[in-house]
Design a protein around this ligand. Structure first.
Ligand code: C5P
Length: 218
């Protein structure tokens, strides 16, 4: 039995990869499956929250009872989040947002030639940093997938993006797999969530988020 401690709480979640078009048929993306974000949406629903799930392209079905919003690119995800960010209480940014997009995607399929091809990439806006920087931000939770030096990089990111809570995981363990292992970073220090399937971890993480959100809004 789980007490519904998040009834009346509006939780906004991003999940999955983004897809940045190169031309009419090609694009740049990453190996995020969306599983962790979707599991967190499920866990938030179980606690009674009102959940909006903004998702890049994935093969997953949205958890029953969530409000789903499908996007493709980081720019579309940025717009979808910003439209809803001031009307949510908790923002959990799980999406693996592409850091760059193609400066000028071609409307037509680019024809192959014998020449080398250079793609001009420009940085995407940091959605999470924008939300956390709002005048009256929701309780913001970030993720950091690192392939090394997890503790150091995660804490750096938490400070740079001004987050009360950042969840670290090892990229090689997290991306695409069914299991994961998390470390929570907050002002108090670190808190490990040992290896388990993503729904189990999502439930433990949502408990931690709910405790901190409730504590901060007493
Ligand atoms: O800096 P890095 O991309 O590693 O930070 C990861 C965190 O920031 C994740 O929570 C991710 O969802 C978020 N992010 C974002 N917009 C970006 C890049 C990352 O919201 N353009």
């Amino acid at each position: 039995f789980q007490p519904k401690i998040l009834i009346g709480t509006r939780v906004l979640i991003t999940a999955g990869p983004t897809y940045e078009a190169i031309d009419a048929v090609r694009g740049i993306t990453n190996r995020s499956s969306g599983k962790m974000g979707y599991a967190i949406a499920q866990a938030a629903l179980e606690l009674g929250a009102e959940v909006t799930l903004i998702s890049g392209p994935t093969a997953l079905a949205k958890p029953h009872g969530s409000h789903g919003v499908d996007v493709e690119s980081a720019s579309q995800m940025f717009d979808a989040v910003m439209q809803r960010a001031t009307a949510c209480d908790v923002f959990i940014s799980v999406a693996a947002v592409a850091d760059y997009r193609v400066a000028q995607p071609s409307e037509q399929k680019i024809k192959k030639s014998a020449e080398a091809l250079t793609l001009n990439l420009v940085p995407n806006p940091d959605i999470l940093a924008h939300v956390a920087g709002l005048a009256n931000p929701p309780f913001c939770v970030g993720f950091a997938a690192e392939s090394e030096n997890l503790a150091e990089y995660a804490e750096q990111k938490r400070r740079a993006k001004k987050l009360p809570l950042l969840v670290g995981n090892l990229a090689q363990q997290a991306i695409g797999s069914d299991d994961n292992e998390l470390v929570l970073f907050d002002d108090q220090g670190t808190h490990p969530l040992p290896r388990a399937d993503k729904l189990t971890l999502a439930r433990q993480l949502m408990q931690q988020i709910a405790l901190r959100y409730k504590g901060a809004n007493r």
